[in-house]
Design a protein around this ligand. Structure first.
Ligand code: ADP
Length: 452
């Protein structure tokens, strides 16, 4: 980056220098040209006055006076008919008529005229100034003016020195500037970017520092979330292994007793029944773990247009025999409720809530499921008149493997994961869960789904 800044600064400095140099040279040239033209005019008018007073003597001299010496300029005296009376640089008799010359024409018409012509090589320009004398003759002075490039050529060594100096100076400045820009950036402590906001060196990059701080905060919170998720997963794995080990131990214990012939023939059937019950518990556990893991990774599940009432009907159908065995009656009320969601997850929510309503109930109890669509939301309520949940436990029953009464839940075939599945599923649908429950009165779970 430092290299890039250096190159940009250096090239910018050089570009500014080149443009300035060209402009200054151009301005100097036009200024000095103007000065030269003005000078020539004054000199021409002076010489014209001399010629008007002294006549030809002014040029050729007389007596002791010497003839005019014209070194850097040329003097021409032209008669009113255009013939050349005197010329300081050539033999006047061999010179052509000058009447048509632009400056002579203007002088004859207006008293004074000027013109300029490039020489054949274009390397220099000839400036002419002509003044009309009272007797009708014209005095003309001319000088050579170098063209821009000729002038430049003359200046070349000096210009080269200046360019070299500018190159070196801009190199040095660009180097120091790029270092000065990059140094504070490199010195930044990225963990605390806001610390620099008020320092003079960092004022220009204050918005960047603020964005860095925002990103740092975001990163930290993401990191914390990740750590928390990883901790929850670890805990979950440990708990799951522990929960799986219990039925496995029981199964292997019963099997060992059977194997060693320590069970009376009449007890073999109840033992086999226990083994079956434990393995069913294990199966239920594994199924719940699979469900919950799928929900944890739930991003990939397909959402569809569904009807919650229809899903409730299906869940109730599957629970009918369980309810019958527990002597609990299931009721479904409400109406068709269109909802965009994941059908299998919605099914799990209703199934688990109803299943709990049946299992934590008395013989002769009731479970009422109602599905009510309303503008903006769909409400699912699963209400039972079972054993209820004491207030202190109500907060925690949605935690994984949390059970109010371990032995009762175990006897009822619980895994401690049912409500975690409900909570996770509701979360995937941005639904809120509310619980109202009192011991021996029953419980009502309400899940409110935002409609589409
Ligand atoms: P489990 O598989 O043990 O039923 P859940 O996560 O479904 O696990 O429920 C957690 C605990 O909350 C249960 O063990 C039970 O103690 C209590 N519980 C859940 N639903 C009800 C209910 N309808 N009535 C009374 N207690 C309930």
């Amino acid at each position: 980056m430092s290299n890039k800044i250096f190159k940009s600064v250096w090239s910018a400095a050089l570009a500014v220098f080149a443009v300035s140099l060209a402009l200054i040279l151009g301005l100097c040239y036009s200024y000095f040209s103007a000065v030269q033209v003005n000078q020539l005019k004054i000199e021409t008018q002076l010489a014209a006055r001399g010629a008007a007073i002294c006549g030809m003597d002014f040029f050729t001299g007389s007596g002791d006076e010497q003839a005019l010496e014209a070194e850097n300029y040329r003097v021409t005296w032209i008669a009113s008919d255009g013939s050349v009376l005197y010329d300081s640089a050539a033999d006047e008799s061999s010179m052509e008529n000058h009447l048509a010359r632009e400056e002579v024409q203007t002088a004859l018409a207006e008293g004074y005229g000027e013109s300029s012509r490039y020489s054949a090589t274009l390397s220099e320009k000839q400036l002419y100034a002509a003044q009309l004398l009272p007797d009708g003759t014209v005095l003309r002075l001319s000088i050579r003016q170098a063209a821009v490039w000729t002038l430049l050529l003359g200046f070349l060594p000096l210009i080269c020195v200046v360019i070299l100096f500018a190159l070196a100076l801009s190199f040095l400045l660009a180097y120091r500037l790029s270092k000065k820009i990059v140094e504070p950036i490199n010195a930044l402590d990225l963990d605390h970017p806001l610390r620099y906001v008020d320092e003079p060196d960092y004022r220009e990059i204050a918005p960047l520092l603020r964005r860095l701080e925002e990103q740092q905060t975001q990163l930290k919170s993401d990191q914390e979330k990740l750590e928390r998720t990883s901790l929850i997963r670890q805990e979950f794995t440990a708990n799951a292994s522990h929960e799986l080990k219990t039925p496995l131990h029981a199964i292997s214990g019963y099997a060992e007793l059977l194997e060693n012939g320590m069970v009376r023939d009449t007890d073999v059937r109840p033992f086999a029944g226990k083994i079956r019950a434990e393995s069913q518990r294990m199966t239920k556990l594994v199924e719940d773990i699979i469900d919950l893991t799928a929900l944890d990774n739930g991003g990939g599940m397909q959402r569809e247009d569904t009807d919650l009432y229809r899903i409730a009907e299906n869940a109730i159908d599957s629970l009918e025999s369980t309810a019958e065995a527990a002597q609990v009656t299931l009721h479904l009320q409400g109406e068709s409720a269109p909802l965009r969601g994941i059908p299998s997850v919605l099914y799990s929510i209703i199934y688990n809530l109803c299943d709990n309503g049946i299992r934590y109930n008395h013989a002769g109890g009731h479970v009422t499921i109602s599905v009510e669509p309303s503008p903006g939301s769909v409400t699912l309520t699963v209400q039972d008149d079972g054993i209820g949940i004491p207030q202190p436990h109500q907060e925690r029953i949605f935690e994984r493997f949390y059970q109010v009464d371990k032995s009762r839940s175990k006897a009822a075939g619980g895994t401690g994961l049912g409500l975690s599945i409900v909570k996770r599923g509701a979360l995937l649908h941005h639904a809120a869960i509310a619980l109202e429950s009192a011991p021996d009165k029953g419980s009502a779970f309400t899940v409110t789904f935002p409609a589409a």
